[in-house]
Design a protein around this ligand. Structure first.
Ligand code: CA
Length: 225
């Protein structure tokens, strides 16, 4: 099956050139010439890699990156004309996988795409997270205990997902707030406690398990038992 790549780039000449080269390499390609469509397609999903320009009309690439990262781990390569440290730090903090400064050689982009695709974990196991009899399907955005589906809000799902992805690691409220709610969230860390309570009432209380452990003075952890 061909790997599918989304290019979000308002300079149509660059987008078409990159598309041509990627098609030649055997990839399937979709393009968005503005941030709004780029975000829409990226959130719709189904891509193996997203090549994302930062300077875009409407919604810029950094904002798209932040929004996509709330629900998806799709590899993202940022394109930027601004070769400044701050951009790189912000982008990588927000979850970009790689960076290319414009103007770039197409060979460099192709090499980075190949590298990311090689790193990608193989098999369906990567789409599912487990702990204590609970299964989280991150592709279909569903949670279940045995065969019993658990109805979670998006925020509850994202919080549970982050805890499961970091199984065995104690996460502070600040880290959870940062990773699950995002940089733009101005609330206090009580939100984390509130949502942990929601998850416990929907999972621990219903199925009689101890999923999320409180580590006093530190934070929360899901243990692998
Ligand atoms: Ca641009």
């Amino acid at each position: 099956m061909n790997e599918k790549i989304l290019i979000v780039e308002d300079e149509e000449k660059i987008a078409r050139f990159v598309e041509m080269e990627l098609l030649y390499e055997g990839y399937t390609v979709e393009k968005a010439f503005n941030g709004r469509l780029g975000l829409e397609l990226a959130l719709k999903g189904g891509y193996d890699i997203i090549v994302l320009d930062i300077m875009l009309p409407g919604i810029n690439g950094m904002e798209i990156l932040r929004r996509v990262r709330k629900t998806s781990d799709v590899p993202i390569i940022m394109l930027t004309a601004r070769d400044t440290v701050i951009d790189k730090v912000t982008g990588l903090d927000c979850g970009a996988d790689d960076y290319i400064t414009k103007p770039f050689e197409i060979e460099e982009l192709l090499a980075r795409i190949r590298r990311i695709l090689r790193k990608k974990p193989a098999g369906p196991a990567a789409d599912r997270l487990f702990a204590c009899g609970l299964t989280l399907d991150t592709d279909r955005h569903t949670a279940s205990f045995g065969n019993v589906p658990i109805d979670l809000t998006k925020r509850e799902f994202d919080l549970l997902r982050y805890l499961l992805e970091n199984k065995g690691i104690v996460l502070s409220r600040e880290t959870l707030l940062d990773k699950v709610w995002g940089y733009d969230f101005a609330g206090d860390t009580n939100a984390v406690d509130v949502y942990v309570r929601y998850l416990r009432s929907k999972i621990d209380d219903v199925f009689g398990i101890k999923l999320i452990h409180t580590i006093r003075g530190v934070g929360y952890v899901i243990k692998d038992e």
